[in-house]
Design a protein around this ligand. Sequence first.
Ligand code: 13P
Ligand code: ZN
Length: 272
Amino acid sequence: MDIKNAGFIQGFIRLTEDAFRKGWHERNGGNLSYRIRPEEIETVKTELKAPEEWVSIGVSVPKLADEYFLVTGTGRYMRNVSLCPEDNIAIIKIDKAGEKYSIVWGLVHGGRPTSELPTHLSNHELKKELTHGKNRVIYHAHPTNTIALTFVLPLEDKVFTRELWEMATEDPVIFPRGVGVVPWMVPGGKAIADATRKLMREYDVAVWAHHGMFVTGENFDEAFGLMDTVEKAAEICVKVRSMGGKKQTITSQNFKDLARDFQVDLREEFLD
Ligand code: 13P
Ligand code: ZN
């Protein structure tokens, strides 16, 4: 089988195409990673090369030892992934200590995985543990309205969550735990990885102030759908504020009624 026809690679490519069309990926903005299942790696293993060069990840992820990930390349454009996957994405293998990675497929004309690899892998490790292995996708984008709100709203989890929940009745059902906010930080590297990981203990969404959004999901649909839902809430928020602000809204009691009937565990401390 041509490796590019593997279901997990097709799912990865579809997300990059849809997300580019959404306008969330100017130039090389954003990145995507997928923790590959052992049975999926088995179907493509004849196309993988043996690990040659081992490169430091920049964070320690011992619980991801020996795992394989499909990742976007640094500096690569989302809009080019579907045209030439082998030039823009890579399969990497993590070493036995969880300190280094090696490219075993892709990036055929050279290059490295995304500069946000430390944040992706650190959060894969955390979410793998918290979801008992179910979480497999980590996705970072630069959606316009969410970024715009970080110039206007206080950079607090509760304020962001409440504003976004209020923008569409079913939004709290999609992200009942809310969203966390990371203050402005230098992109890439260990510091933003650590700050995001701290929030991801409680959330599946982190807003990066003046930069973008970071989400996790069990599969591509879940991660893309979460990004889409939060960004749409942010778009409504921008429009409402542009029209002079809220004249009425969904109340705390409305949220409690919704939580009861939809049987979702809305974060209690954001409901007062
Ligand atoms: P990469 O091209 O290294 O993935 O970086 C893009 C980005 O959005 C960094 O936050
Ligand atoms: Zn970015």
